[in-house]
Ligand binder design. Structure first.
Ligand code: NAI
Ligand code: MG
Length: 367
């Protein structure tokens, strides 16, 4: 069997800096766990524009469609603000998401005990928190027709349409059930079936899909109640699946339960490929952070945890993903902090590469 393939797109700003630390982790798995990946690297965003005059070359797009998983750093930066909209760095990322048809956006909210003080919630509410929000990404109110601003009588009316087909709900529900099977086998679906027909259909279809996953304990919650429960006692959840709009709000809120932008990974998954693996793009939630780029200050953990997600959700290496997450946990517990994680006074921050080295050392110690 050939090695699993990985396309790395470091991008702009701190993207290449944090990706260099991920490369250390990938190399460690090859050397110490006999898990070799066929890694190729290419350009995206401003870096691709500088080289090719386009934020994503067709060859790179084709490559992304072939590999088992894509790992992206970040795109954008002030240098590219003057560019025409059609070639802005962000267009490269949008093209990847669109052409790979990545309809399930996975946003974990995970709290490492050592950072529980960072949360706006009480420590015991968030310590050890590990939940996953699956947001439908390619349909719903951000895309539904009719839309626009029209004249009606003597005033204007703003219109957006929430619209979901059964197949759109079915496929994102399946992604969520598959994830739940790899986690704690608990799924909560959130909509507003009390006031929205699209929510009624959502609940019906999710319930129907659930019959294919009898091991997963399925529950339903109105999204507003879900927002309250997320703040009150988030640990009651394992996987949450919801639509594009509610997921946008709930995933941002849940992510911030746990602290810094430099800690947050994400994944976007699409349909299963011939080998059974879903199309997949893994990336940190943060951007290219031009304010700290090139200074060795960036926190590489969000990008490293994105690779951990790839291990778990693309490569079925859940144990190795846990090993990597525990290495991160250990390094934080030992007190290593990049500048963005500094709360206490009198602690010297570690650099991007020192953080990466410490995580690799913790991986070594795990053997
Ligand atoms: P940003 O996420 O790049 O930075 C926001 C703040 O968080 C900055 O102060 C930054 O220094 C800090 N920060 C972010 N990641 C960090 C890390 N790993 N370690 C330490 N500190 C970190 O968002 P911003 O400033 O709004 O956007 C900067 C550029 O990034 C823009 O061109 C924007 O379009 C682009 N962007 C790209 C995204 C992507 O590639 N997925 C997502 C968000 C923004
Ligand atoms: Mg958002």
């Amino acid at each position: 069997m050939s090695n699993p393939s990985l396309l790395i797109l470091p991008g702009d700003g701190i993207g290449p800096e944090v990706m260099a630390e991920v490369r250390k982790v990938i190399d460690w798995y090859g050397a110490k766990r006999d898990l070799a990946f066929d890694v190729s690297e290419d350009l995206v965003g401003g870096a691709a524009y500088d080289a090719h005059g386009t934020p994503l070359h067709d060859d790179t797009m084709a490559k992304a469609q072939e590999v088992d998983a894509v790992l992206l750093g970040a795109v954008g930066g002030p240098k590219y603000d003057v560019l025409d909209f059609s070639v802005k760095p962000e267009r490269g990322l949008l093209r990847l998401r669109k052409e790979m048809d990545l309809y399930a956006n996975l946003r974990p909210a995970q709290c490492f005990d050592a950072l529980a003080d960072f949360s706006s919630l009480k420590k015991d509410v968030v310590a050890g928190l590990d939940i996953m929000i699956v947001r439908e990404l390619t349909s719903g109110i951000y895309f539904g027709e009719p839309r626009g601003i029209i004249e009606e009588g003597n005033e204007r009316v703003g219109i957006n349409t929430q619209r979901y087909t059964e197949s759109e709900i079915d496929r994102v529900a399946r992604s969520a059930f598959e994830l739940a099977m790899k986690r704690d086998k608990k799924l909560c679906s959130m909509e507003k079936a009390n006031v929205m027909e699209s929510g009624v259909l959502w609940r019906e279809v999710v319930t129907e899909v659930g019959k294919d996953y009898p091991e997963v304990e399925l529950s339903h919650m109105y999204a507003d109640a879900g927002a309250m429960q997320l703040c009150r006692w988030p640990k009651q959840f394992d996987v949450i699946v919801t639509d594009n709009l509610f997921g946008d709000l709930l995933s941002d809120a849940a992510a911030m339960l746990t602290g810094s932008l430099g800690m947050l990974p994400s994944a976007s998954l699409g349909a299963p490929m011939a080998n059974g693996r879903p199309k997949a793009l893994y990336e940190p939630v943060h951007g290219s952070a031009p304010d700290i780029a090139g200074q060795g200050k960036a926190n590489p953990i969000a990008c490293i945890l994105s690779f951990a997600m790839a291990l778990r959700y693309s490569f079925d290496l859940g144990d190795e993903a846990t090993r990597l997450e525990q290495a991160v946990e250990k390094v934080l517990a030992d007190g290593a902090r990049t500048a963005d994680l500094l709360g206490e006074e009198g602690v010297d921050p570690v650099s991007t590469s020192q953080m990466g080295d410490a995580i690799v050392a913790a991986l070594d110690a795990s053997l």
